[in-house]
Design a protein around this ligand. Structure first.
Ligand SMILES: [Zn+2]
Length: 169
């Protein structure tokens, strides 16, 4: 459970994955203000402050943030390949609820960890553009819960001919 339960920078600051730089700055200030120095546990305090500072430094810098996001995804992709234990839970897209809205198809699922309603959302565009072929005619896509840090690996097969005009390779 280590890799998935370890706090990400986003969780440390309690911000959304797609939050703005201003959100990061606000969260950083809020977090620092909320630390009440504990004389009995100075070491713990300084660890927390260091983590908050690192999270802020990383997420408020677009380049560092992009790199960090990539690393996060790679980490979870790797752990997803470990079949004995702590890998990613693999969920079939069939387990998602399909909702069509404004001609856009969305696949929704409540989070199995934090129970956040529709914690997992995949759009048809995500599936068409961001999936990784699994070598068996299907695709995988790795997504994170909107509300907590849980990542799931979603398996699916070709959505019936989603390729449309302007998709020349
Ligand atoms: Zn969740």
């Amino acid at each position: 459970m280590t890799s998935i339960t370890q706090k990400t920078h986003y969780e440390i600051l309690e911000v959304e994955r797609d939050c703005s730089v201003q959100d990061v700055k606000n969260a950083y200030r809020r977090k620092l203000l909320n630390i009440h120095p504990d004389k009995t546990n100075k070491q713990l305090d300084s660890d927390i402050i260091a983590k908050i500072k690192l999270a802020h430094a990383t997420l408020s810098d677009p380049q560092l943030r992009t790199k960090y996001d990539d690393e996060l995804i790679q980490t979870y992709k790797k752990s997803g390949l470990i079949s004995t234990g702590e890998g990613l839970d693999i969920v079939n897209l069939d387990d998602f609820e399909y909702v069509e809205e404004d001609d856009m198809g969305n696949f929704l699922k409540d989070c199995p960890r934090c129970t956040g309603e529709n914690g997992f959302v995949l759009t048809e565009d995500d599936l068409a553009e961001n999936g990784t072929p699994d070598g068996f005619g299907g695709y995988n896509i790795i997504v994170q819960c909107n509300a907590c840090s849980l990542w799931l690996k979603i398996k699916y097969f070709d959505l019936e001919d989603e390729e449309e005009e302007g998709q020349q390779v």
